[in-house]
Design a protein around this ligand. Structure first.
Ligand code: ARG
Length: 582
């Protein structure tokens, strides 16, 4: 409700400004307060008092102008001016109650996409297969997964593209090592630990010039399509992808082998990309390399910054593949919105690729291209996340630790539960905590990873929200009801707590639309956290099962059911598994 009123005031201010009634005013925080005395409405704003001076108007005069310019909204029944120039708002609780009844009867909980449905292609996860997945790939995987789910819930068609790094010079080194090993012990055993395999190959590469030569030969042979090399490479890729899939399954993200469309898949397109750029007259040779210069990109010194698409000697680059991928996603997959969940540090690369793809006509003008960069996951010391010995942290180790810490917590809380059930709960809590900690941070900022914080039952955490849901589920179980059954009666919003909860429940659709537009799941996390808090105060102040009046009891049960369903749906869209008890 507060947000809605803020928005209405903002619109009134813009209107008065556009009509020339108000000059440029300083941007101020529009403060909305709950009215202490319900005789004066439900909410009040002092905006006319704050802006009177810069607007050179008496506060009451400004208030009157604002009141006249305020757009009507069904959720506000009345607005009046009070005292020196306060605006008092009355919430239209009857209208809200009727809407809530409709939302409760709707399997989509009143959620509708604002705007047309689209075909959205998402660049997600995309690890380099030469190494095992590490924490750096966690963010792309989780954020991309959550946004993908939200888009699908809104009715969009989502096509996931796991643009794995499966092509390039490091594969020569790995193939050379595989070849060397093949004569000796079993290759399967060696590849069980990709990290170790990579390290050993790198060591051989650095210490032996013959080995390094062989590695270079193998890259050339691989790229030329040599059958033996391809077979070896395919084996490596299969094993590496199986490692990734195990992580995806464990995380419960909606990614499978069908979503893999790696760099190698564009190999045949690369000469065509160069040719198309050439035909458009976009290629300029610089130091033997072929480049595209676009006026808007400059180096720190103000020199033109090239997008290199072909190296001296003919090799292609990361950018060339991304140009091919843009074209494929727009034309073959038919995406009208292309999203990229990639490390923020690649922002410039994508800006340049997007600009070049547009210049070259690789994507239609109306296709939306959006880079959804994310910040770095740091350790608690604020430095990049590393193991104690300074190595990269493997995802599997991280998830193991999250689960075992969660198990200790859950055991403490429910010593009576059987072992098997404890493990299931610990898995949902542990994995959920890692995911939620990542998703709840503003996407583009760095964040520091802390097991202790993410596993706390207080604050904006997975355990807190999972528990909030489990509490509602157990209330229903106690009442012998199901959260999903139809309930008799109607919703009535009497107390302030019921009204506040109602306002939040009616915002679900708007929040999901924002998550979809901006690619920012943390907005959903904050929403669910607020909702759980509002539900808590409702639950503490308004007896549900203990209500004396039958109609009040029915209304409160419905509010509780809707809160539970909204929490569960929201957590599900974030990719968290909810629990009926914990
Ligand atoms: N493989 C790259 C890395 O690990 C990320 C790829 C992102 N996607 C893309 N289309 N370039 O840094």
């Amino acid at each position: 409700m507060k947000d809605l009123i803020r928005e209405l005031i903002q619109q009134a201010l813009s209107r008065l400004h556009a009509e020339g009634v108000l000059a440029d005013l300083p941007a101020v925080n529009i403060v909305i307060e709950h009215s202490k005395d319900k005789k004066h409405g439900d909410f009040a704003s002092n905006i006319a008092l704050v802006l009177a001076k810069p607007a050179r108007l008496a506060p009451r005069v400004l208030a009157e102008k604002l009141l006249a310019a305020l757009p009507a909204d069904e959720q506000v029944s009345q607005v009046e001016i009070a005292g020196p120039g306060f605006l008092n708002f009355y919430q239209n609780t009857e209208f809200q109650a009727t809407r809530l009844d409709a939302v409760l009867a709707d399997p989509k909980l009143g959620v509708r996409k604002s705007g047309c449905v689209q075909r959205v292609v998402i660049d997600i996860s995309s690890p380099n297969l030469a190494k095992e997945m590490h924490v750096g790939h966690l963010r792309s995987t989780l954020i991309g997964d959550a946004v993908g789910r939200v888009l699908e819930f809104l009715g969009d068609t989502v096509i996931r593209q796991n643009h794995v790094g499966d092509w390039g010079t490091q594969f020569g080194m790995l193939l050379a090592y595989m070849e060397e090993k093949r004569s000796g012990d079993s290759e399967q055993a060696e590849l069980a630990d990709l990290e170790e395999f990579y390290r050993a190959a790198k060591k051989r590469f650095d210490e032996s010039p013959e080995f390094a030569n062989r590695a270079r030969e193998l890259v050339v042979a691989l790229q030329a399509g040599d059958a033996d090399c391809l077979r070896l490479w395919q084996r490596f890729k299969d094993i590496s992808l199986a490692h990734c899939q195990a992580v995806y399954d464990r995380l419960g993200v909606a990614l499978g082998m069908q979503d893999v469309m790696g760099e190698s898949a564009y190999n045949d397109d690369l000469p065509k990309v160069i040719q198309a750029l050439d035909e458009k007259g976009l290629l300029i040779e610089s130091d033997g390399a072929r480049c595209v210069f676009m006026g808007e990109f400059k180096t720190a010194e103000g020199q033109p910054l090239p997008l290199i698409v072909q190296k001296q000697g003919g090799g292609y680059l990361y950018a060339t593949t991304d140009l091919a991928a843009c074209r494929y996603r727009a034309h073959v997959l038919g995406g009208n919105r292309l999203l990229y969940f990639v490390d923020q540090r690649q922002a410039l690369h994508f800006q340049m690729v997007f600009a070049c793809a547009r210049l070259a006509g690789f994507v239609p003008a109306q296709t939306e291209l959006e880079f959804m960069g994310f910040g770095t996951m740091n350790g608690e010391d604020g430095r990049p996340f590393k193991t104690r010995s300074g190595g990269t942290v493997k995802l599997t180790d991280l998830l193991d630790e999250a689960e075992s810490r969660a198990l200790a917590l859950v055991q403490q809380k429910n010593p009576e539960l059987p072992e098997g059930q404890l493990h299931l709960i610990a898995r949902a809590v542990g994995i959920g905590a890692v995911k939620y900690a990542d998703l709840s941070r503003q996407r583009s900022s760095d964040y520091s990873f802390s097991f202790e914080r993410m596993l706390s039952f207080e604050g904006n955490t997975a355990p807190y929200l999972l528990y909030a849901y489990a509490r509602i589920a157990s209330l229903f179980a106690r009442a012998g009801l199901s959260l999903h059954q139809q309930l008799p009666g109607q919703i009535r919003l009497i107390s302030e707590e019921e009204q506040a909860l109602a306002g939040a429940l009616l915002k679900f659709s708007e929040v999901l639309n924002k998550v979809a537009e901006r690619g920012m799941p943390h907005l959903l996390c904050s929403y669910l956290y607020d909702l759980a808090g509002l539900f808590s105060s409702f639950y503490e102040n308004c007896p549900v099962l203990g209500a004396d009046d039958q109609t009040v009891r029915q209304s409160r049960l419905q509010l509780t059911a809707l809160s539970g369903r909204t929490l569960a749906q929201g957590l599900n869209l974030l990719g968290l598994q909810t629990l009926e008890r914990m």
